[in-house]
Design a protein around this ligand. Structure first.
Ligand SMILES: O=P(O)(O)OC[C@H]1O[C@H](OP(=O)(O)OP(=O)(O)O)[C@H](O)[C@@H]1O
Ligand code: HPA
Length: 175
């Protein structure tokens, strides 16, 4: 089997840090006087969640879900599996889902409905990356770090077959 080859750096750690500051400040303004729950989606959002939460100056709590639909492939299986559900009760709460990437939109579409069905006050989405060229399901994304082109992205939490999550920048797999 050919070795995976990681391309050049597309987005640096410094750019991500700066963008997290901007979006954290925007979230702080948008929810002034309200409480929020940030829900990080494991495993991909682990670094981005840490960046965003540092810059939200509100009464807030955090929780995590783990979902999976890609396995060892660069194509979504189309079936979203909940691997770990929430530990806390989110009824009546303002929820922000924190994700690493919106690609086909399947995962976020599923998760947004899933969380709205728990009688939340509001559900919004904050993603590090948006890949509009991959979209198969329409989904409104409220806070976007960066838009990326039609490549399979790795690094800063994003994996291929569970590898490359530790790269401290955003890159892509060469075809
Ligand atoms: O818009 P979509 O096409 O649904 O793709 C986005 C989802 O795919 C990845 O998750 P994955 O299933 O690979 O799990 P992971 O977070 O553990 O890497 C990513 O973290 C998003 O959750
Ligand atoms: O481009 C991607 N890279 C890693 N994981 C992903 N999950 C959906 N799209 C991607």
């Amino acid at each position: 089997m050919a070795r995976d080859v990681v391309g050049e750096i597309m987005i640096t750690q410094e750019q991500i840090t700066k963008r997290a500051e901007e979006l954290g400040a925007q979230i702080t303004r948008d929810y002034e006087g309200e409480e929020i729950v940030l829900i990080g989606i494991l495993r991909g959002a682990v670094l981005w969640m840490g960046d965003i939460m540092k810059h939200v100056d509100l009464d807030m709590t955090i929780d995590f879900m783990a979902v999976s639909s890609y396995g060892a492939s660069t194509k979504s299986s189309g079936v979203v599996k909940i691997v770990k559900d929430l530990d806390s009760d989110i009824e009546g709460k303002n929820v922000i889902i924190v994700e690493d990437i919106v690609d086909s939109g399947t995962t976020l579409n599923y998760l947004k409905h899933y969380l709205e069905n728990r009688n939340t006050k509001s559900v919004r989405i904050c993603t590090l990356l948006d890949k509009p060229s991959g979209r198969r399901v329409e989904i409104e994304v409220d806070y976007i770090g960066f838009e990326v082109e039609d490549k399979f992205i790795v690094g800063y939490g994003l994996d291929f077959d569970q590898k490359y999550r530790n790269l401290p920048y955003i890159s892509f797999l060469e075809e």
